[in-house]
Ligand binder design. Structure first.
Ligand SMILES: [Zn+2]
Ligand SMILES: [Zn+2]
Length: 314
């Protein structure tokens, strides 16, 4: 090896291609992908996300995080022959965007020999998301951006699909970045008690709510993307035309800037919240914040406003 190459700190043989600044390690491609699989396995064990014979629905949108998660879980599953994976994709009915993602999700499932279940807003709610956006314009019943209301509906669709296929858990590809952004956003929105509900594994709230797990919650988004790239996994990179979470984008940029200057700061935020979560949960209980019995979203009512709106639209 020439002088200007760095050797992988793990295998001490192959050439490093990635420097993980928060751990100070240089990694080769093989040790990098293994480290992602091992970290995910460790997160699953730490939060006791699966039982050995669970049927796990994996939310696969077709984006880099979700297809990477599907590939990593397929690896993890090899050691648990009694566990079963099923991919679930939600077709929101967004013209010119969702079709490509559906195809990519299907291709990845086929490659991994994982069953694929597709549910659509149209069959579940009676309308495509494009139609809903038009109907909801001028409707002041719920003050949500299209992106935020789609998120709530997608969550509901995923739960319905997971329940239908008899899944014990529903895995989503939220990364460390998503989690720290959400923490910051909840603070910035004054919804700080919601932090209690956004856990790596959700509580058993209602028999109709499949417990959600986030096996990537301790993996930076940059590394899930790199994982897809190194393993040559196909994913959709076009952004959704309704994506418009201005505040989240600001939170993302701020966190990325801080992470660059202070490697590991996202982990620190995540771990700080883990430490104080019991106290937040206690406060939330006192304030009467519970979960919507329909969708599991935090609400002070029995049924959240979005679910009320859905009933009203039918
Ligand atoms: Zn190596
Ligand atoms: Zn609800």
């Amino acid at each position: 090896m020439s002088d200007d190459t760095t050797v992988c700190n793990v295998c001490k043989r192959r050439e490093a291609f990635f420097f993980r600044s928060y751990s100070g390690m240089s990694l080769c491609k093989r040790c990098f992908t293994q480290s992602i699989e091992e970290k995910t396995r460790a997160t699953i064990a730490k939060y006791q996300m699966f039982k050995f014979d669970d049927k796990i629905a994996v939310a696969v949108s077709g984006g880099k995080d979700s297809v990477s998660l599907l590939h990593v879980l397929a690896e993890v599953e090899l050691r648990h022959p009694k566990a079963q994976l099923v991919a679930v994709t939600v077709d929101e009915g967004i013209k010119g965007y969702r079709d490509e993602a559906l195809k990519i999700a299907a291709e990845n499932c086929e490659e991994l020999d994982v069953d694929h279940c597709v549910v659509s807003f149209r069959e579940l709610f009676g309308y495509t998301f494009d139609q809903m956006v038009k109907r909801l314009k001028g409707e002041d019943y719920v003050k949500l951006t299209p992106c935020a209301s789609c998120g709530v509906l997608r969550r509901k669709a995923l739960n319905t699909a997971a329940r239908k296929i008899g899944a014990d858990k529903l895995a989503t590809a939220h990364t460390l970045d998503d989690e720290t952004q959400t923490i910051l956003l909840n603070i910035l929105h004054g919804d700080v008690l919601r932090i209690a509900k956004e856990k790596p594994v959700t509580d058993e709230v209602h028999p109709k709510l499949v417990r959600r797990i986030k096996p990537f919650c301790e993996i930076p988004e940059r590394e899930t993307a790199l994982y897809a790239y190194v393993r040559g996994i196909r994913f959709q990179s076009a952004p959704c035309p309704y994506a418009s979470e201005a505040l989240r984008n600001d939170a993302r940029m701020m966190l990325n800037r801080m992470e660059e200057k202070h490697p590991g700061i996202k982990f620190t935020i995540f771990k700080s919240i883990e430490k104080i979560r019991p106290a937040i949960e206690e406060t939330a209980r006192k304030e009467g914040l519970g979960e919507c019995i329909e969708c599991g979203e935090p609400t002070t009512d029995k049924i959240c406003r979005t679910c009320q709106l859905l009933k009203y639209m039918k």
